[in-house]
Design a protein around this ligand. Sequence first.
Ligand code: ADP
Ligand code: 5GP
Length: 205
Amino acid sequence: MNNILPAGLLIIICAPSGTGKSTLISLLRKDFPQFQFSISYTTRTPRPGEVHGRDYFFVSKEKFLELQKKDFFAEWAKVHENYYGTPKNAIFEALKQGKDLLFDIDVQGALQLKNNLQQGVYVFIFPPSLEELKNRLLNRATDSKEQIQIRLKNAQKEIEQASVFDYWIVNDDLKKAYLELKSIIIAEKLKPQYHPFLIKRILQK
Ligand code: ADP
Ligand code: 5GP
């Protein structure tokens, strides 16, 4: 019993591109600094300010496919023309050490992870409407018109798969959506499985 560590929470957050997932995750990372962030491998080129090993591990397509063949990824997917994958080792390490781990992955990846790990809390964030999603993508001004069309088409497919997620949040009002996301984490962390020593500690004389 003594060498049992409290279990870590695996939280997987998905949303169609432009919904506000990065905005919400950056708020979470400030409020929950104990959360580790699963750093994915990707074949896309780094954006200004992105750091290899902090934001992503940026690798060539050849390297990615070599790792994929070696069964290195817990899940992987082609998203908006690039490959992305979650390394298994970081998950096993976090589970071994009882650390909480946050995943920012797409819906295809979340479905694979749910199937492969059989654990975790899966949160889907909806935009208020496809029209508002388009406005956010246009206002963010980081993608070409063609990219925005691809993202909107993907958004529809992703939303159609939302029923397999454990929680749904609509990011209409950011403050409200963040409060809901935070509440999910707080409630999940109150489950007995995350407090294996509590009863023993309280009953100690
Ligand atoms: P994602 O990571 O899901 O692609 P971002 O976090 O980059 O999305 O957000 C897309 C854009 O929408 C950004 O310009 C962001 O400031 C804005 N945004 C995020 N949440 C809201 C909200 N609730 N209302 C209006 N705009 C929002
Ligand atoms: P971006 O290129 O904008 O950082 O991410 C594009 C999309 O890829 C986002 O929806 C993001 O959640 C997703 N993504 C990032 N890492 C992974 C990963 O390891 N696996 C999968 N399946 N998707 C990922």
